[in-house]
Design a binder for this molecule. Structure first.
Ligand code: GLN
Length: 379
């Protein structure tokens, strides 16, 4: 079997979902909602089965999907995005990120990854033969040290991966931080591959700034995102890449041979969501702010030390005081004895960290309260 697959394991995040199912635990590991997508999208999905959407869509995405996406993202990113030349629709942002890396990196190339990081990035770099250079983000704000970042850029990486808002640490990069990254990307001539799937899940007073919208960054940014989190449809596997035409031309080829295309009926139903007005996204922020507040207060009441997310829907708990050997052992006991699924923090860090676990709060209030009650019993 291939050597490259020996250097990474399956995803611990997704493994913890299987563990949660085994113990019938409240699954706060893999981040996905337990509430329904918007009813307008579901109503359109119900109609679509009787219409003619059962064969392949155009390989880089159905025309009406790309057009609706271009209108929405042009409004948000502050530039006129061409639905024909500047978008590829993918099977989730998971494929988008893989395509982006394969589009820019040759075997042996280096890629900068901030640590903590979403675990796919490690495997993605290995799968395309590249080598990650990890740059630490320091708690509590998860700031980077510009000197350390520049030292990484001096190793001539092909690209930097930017997860903003960040999974798992909940950091929302400020304009100034993005500007520092942009200046290095320009100085050392590197691409920036973004993962902005939590672009609409932001807590006041933080604001999401699209990296591609910084001066001169459009040319070197490959913006990846998805509909999963924004419309609560993680199982539909709809993601996309937005980038300049020269990059998209290559990304189209990679995507074509990897997956041919995203599911046609689901693209058709999702167009309904892409056409929602700004009030939808405001409401979504309100819904997630309420969940975050409820869950953070619950953790505070239990006296558990945790991160304070600025965006996304994850919280890292400090489990030092529980006295376990490792975060893995803690998560096993938490799933089996307490009935809560969590992800060991070590799967997100390059550094040797085993006192953190990640929980997500994209769940109904009842589910979150149940999880808090179970944690209280454990205490
Ligand atoms: N982003 C989600 C998480 O970190 C899961 C995404 C996935 O499993 N594809 O939990």
């Amino acid at each position: 079997l291939s050597k490259r697959t020996e250097t990474f394991t399956d995803s611990v995040i997704r493994r913890m979902t299987r563990v949660s199912m085994k113990y019938n635990a409240v699954n706060l590991s893999q981040g996905f909602p337990d509430f329904d997508p918007p009813k307008e999208i579901l109503a359109r999905l119900a109609q679509v089965s009787n219409e003619d959407f059962h064969q392949y869509s155009i390989t880089w995405g159905a025309q009406n999907f790309r057009e609706a996406l271009a209108v929405k993202q042009s409004r948000l990113m502050g530039r006129n995005i061409d639905p024909n030349g500047e978008i590829v629709v993918t099977c989730g942002s998971t494929e988008a990120m893989m395509v982006a890396m394969m589009t820019v990196a040759n075997p042996g190339d280096k890629v900068i990854v901030f640590s903590p990081f979403y675990e796919n990035y490690g495997a993605d770099t290995i799968l395309c033969g590249a080598e990650p250079i990890y740059v630490p983000l320091y708690p509590p704000e998860f700031n980077f040290n510009p000197d350390e970042l520049e030292a990484a850029f001096k190793q001539k990486p092909k690209a930097l991966i930017l997860c903003n808002p960040s999974n798992p640490c909940g950091k929302v990069f400020t304009y100034n931080e993005l500007k520092i990254i942009a200046d290095f990307a320009e100085k050392y001539d590197a691409f920036v591959i973004t993962d902005e799937v939590y672009e609409h899940i932001i807590y006041e007073p933080f604001k999401h700034v699209y990296f591609a919208s910084l001066p001169r960054m459009w040319e070197r940014t490959i913006s990846c995102s998805s509909l999963s989190k924004t419309y609560s449809i993680t199982g539909w596997r709809l993601g996309y890449i937005i980038a300049p035409p020269e990059i998209i031309d290559v990304a189209k080829k990679v995507h074509d041979f990897l997956t041919v295309g995203a599911a046609a009926p689901l693209q058709e139903a999702a167009v309904t969501g892409l056409k929602f007005g700004d009030e939808y996204y405001e409401k979504l922020r309100g819904v997630y702010t309420a969940k975050k507040n409820l869950f953070m207060k619950g953790l505070d009441d239990l006296g558990i030390i945790h991160t304070n997310p600025q965006g996304a829907y994850y919280v890292l708990l400090d489990i030092s005081e529980f006295g376990f050997e490792s975060d893995l052992e803690f998560c096993e006991v938490l799933a089996e004895k307490v009935g809560i699924g969590a992800v060991p923090g070590s799967s997100f860090f390059r550094e040797n960290v085993n006192h953190l676990v990640r929980l997500h709060f994209a769940k109904k209030e009842d589910t979150l309260n149940e999880a808090l009650n179970r944690l209280a019993d454990f205490r």
